[in-house]
Design a protein around this ligand. Structure first.
Ligand code: MN
Ligand code: MN
Length: 301
């Protein structure tokens, strides 16, 4: 069996502990009518204060928004009353990434849907082990969700995590599918069932908005401020996602928008569109990162 070395293991465990504590503190922090940016900044500050770094911007995705929304700078949007709020956070310690999410439910009508996501995650955590086919894991998650009268989002998946990588190459679908991929001992995986209502399409589509970005490669750039911004991004975030909130004060305020636009157009950076449920139905999510060990898994978060 392949075992990860002691140092990597300790860093991964610390990353997971930081994230678990942060998630639990956020559950008591998030309130209806609160500014979304307050939640994002609180989450990222907690991760830093505990000795980690955010592995990606805190995602606060509300109702039919399934994933990938973080506050842009000076965001004035608030948490609506009676909403379903998915808070998805990532931390890393020296590049060792963990990823977790919780759905905070301000609408009793959706309580059962949140439970279905949590139960599907629990079943998956109990079942996952070395050499398990990812197709079997997907079937188990789907069955758990459907037996409670809900529907999994079929085009969102869990994923392996790696050093400075949130998505390290292996996907863990939340539905029955054809694949020969197997779970590997010594690997860390984020398991994340997404659940919606029975009469929804059960898929996400890209919305026109993007608030999260990632470095792709160095490109020849005209604008001197674009060059400066790209250098900062590559050094600071490497291959990990970032948000414009983390770029304030790097170049003069008046130059930022044009410089940032050039980075996108030149494809030096890429954007992650906000994912929205295709039929605009509410979505719940639960997520843990686990490390695969000989007799099952260790929940890191
Ligand atoms: Mn996540
Ligand atoms: Mn994830």
């Amino acid at each position: 069996m392949k075992a990860i070395d002691e140092e990597a293991f300790e860093k991964l465990r610390l990353s997971g502990r930081i994230l678990r504590e942060t998630r639990e503190e956020l559950k008591g922090f998030v309130r209806e009518n609160m500014l979304i940016i307050e939640v994002c900044e609180k989450a990222e500050e907690l991760i830093r204060r505990k000795g980690g770094k955010p592995a990606f911007p805190c995602n606060v995705s509300i109702n039919e928004i399934a994933a990938h929304y973080t506050s842009p700078p000076n965001d004035i949007r608030r948490i609506p009353e009676k909403s379903l709020v998915k808070v998805d956070i990532g931390a890393h310690v020296d590049g060792y990434v963990t990823d977790t999410a919780v759905t905070i439910c301000f609408n009793p009508e959706y309580r059962e849907m949140v439970n279905a996501a949590e139960q599907a995650l629990k079943k998956a955590v109990e079942a996952i082990r070395p050499e398990m086919p990812t197709s079997r894991l997907g079937a188990l998650i789907e069955q758990t969700i459907r037996s409670r009268g809900f529907k999994p989002i079929s085009n969102l998946t869990g994923h392996s995590v790696g050093r400075y990588l949130v998505h390290a190459g292996t996907s863990l679908p939340n539905v029955t599918h054809l694949s020969l991929t197997k779970v590997k001992v010594g690997e860390a995986y984020a398991i994340e069932p997404f659940v919606t209502v029975q009469n929804a399409v059960g898929k996400v589509e890209n919305s026109p908005e993007a608030t999260i970005f990632r470095f792709v490669k160095q490109k020849p750039l005209k604008n001197v401020y674009a060059k400066k911004l790209l250098k900062y991004i590559e050094e600071k975030f490497k291959t990990l996602p970032f948000t414009e909130r983390w770029l304030q004060g790097i170049v003069p305020k008046e130059q930022h928008m044009e410089a940032f636009k050039e980075l996108l157009i030149s494809k030096a950076i890429m954007s992650y569109p906000v994912f929205i449920e295709a039929s605009r139905k509410p979505v719940a999510q639960a997520e843990h990162t686990v490390l695969i060990v000989e007799d099952g898994c260790l929940v890191l978060t």
